[in-house]
Design a protein around this ligand. Structure first.
Ligand code: PDD
Length: 282
């Protein structure tokens, strides 16, 4: 079952118009929310970001966020999702193709749920990355459907038989093609500040909280490629990748090429947060 506006429908019943502005212009916003043990993780934070993304592109939501939250719960239940995620997008809806906004926009919301396992093996072993130029627009803080820069970046990593591309803009490390990036230097964490050059990940927000709880100093400050290549640890995070160590970049090992202590600590703490969901449920 998928959610279309506020109705659950069978996927085979749903047709998207070729004049939907999401299809034609990528004119819309989206979210990906993780489900652990049948419970959403960070749903409120994702919905806050969704509302913000929509506002930043001057788009209204088709109905109130509180109603959406309830509908998404029903969606996960209807699809019997224990471990998985929900993908949700809102476009500016169907209108004759002109670049400017339609006079009477009718935003279209579609969401679907998928079962997906946690990336436990990658989290344990670590992943490999390349660096590449950040060619994206200057509003990476908006979770927009326009993902070509990210798509091309990820493909470049795949072509190099790596897992992720780490973007560099004017010497500064911004983020990954679908992840936030952190380095550890002198036992302290550095990550790009949450401004227009990165998406302020929900996982990022949790990680920064966990680091502070653990007494690990966090610098939300820019760092460059040289810092990246000489870091004690490099970590990436996202809703789907959770907290994952990076063990090599551009073919060179990060430190001694095995996941580091800070990554392991954050993973343990993150697991505890997930376990808390289970306790809330029971
Ligand atoms: N991507 N930066 C970018 C460019 C991203 O696309 C993502 C997530 C993140 C991490 O954000 P969060 O922790 O809120 O998932 C950072 C999602 C998972 C995706 O596009 O599939």
């Amino acid at each position: 079952m998928i959610l279309v506006q506020d109705q659950l429908k069978d996927q085979s019943e749903v047709r998207i118009d070729i004049e939907d502005r999401g299809y034609q212009f990528g004119d819309g916003v989206y979210e990906v929310v993780r489900v652990y043990n049948g419970q959403y993780f960070g749903m409120d934070e994702h919905l806050v970001r969704l509302e913000r993304s929509a506002k930043e592109i001057q788009m209204s939501l088709p109905y109130p966020i509180e109603v959406l939250k309830r509908r998404l719960e029903i969606l996960a239940e209807a699809n019997d999702i224990e471990d998985g995620h929900v993908y949700l997008q809102i476009t500016r809806g169907v209108a004759e193709r002109t670049h400017q906004f339609p006079l009477q926009p009718a935003p279209l919301l579609v969401a679907y749920a998928r079962k997906s396992p946690r990336p436990l093996s990658k989290m344990k072993k670590g992943v490999t990355a390349i660096t590449t130029e950040d060619i994206r627009w200057l509003r990476c803080d908006i979770k927009s459907l326009n993902l070509l820069g990210n798509v091309l970046g990820k493909q470049k990593a795949m072509d190099a038989k790596c897992d992720e591309s780490i973007f560099i803009r004017n010497e500064v490390v911004t983020e990954g093609s679908s992840t936030n990036v952190y380095i550890v230097k002198n036992g302290e964490i550095w990550t790009h500040p949450a401004n227009n050059f990165i998406l302020n990940g929900i996982t990022r927000q949790v990680i920064l909280e966990l680091a502070k709880e653990e007494g690990i100093t966090v610098h939300e400050e820019t760092f460059n490629k040289n810092d990246l290549m000489h870091a004690e640890e490099v970590i990436i995070s996202s809703t789907t990748m959770e907290v994952t160590p990076v063990i090599s970049i551009d073919g060179k090992p990060v430190s001694n090429g095995i996941p580091g202590k800070v990554a392991r600590t954050l993973q343990e703490k993150f697991n505890e947060r997930i376990a808390q969901l289970q306790r809330v449920k029971n």
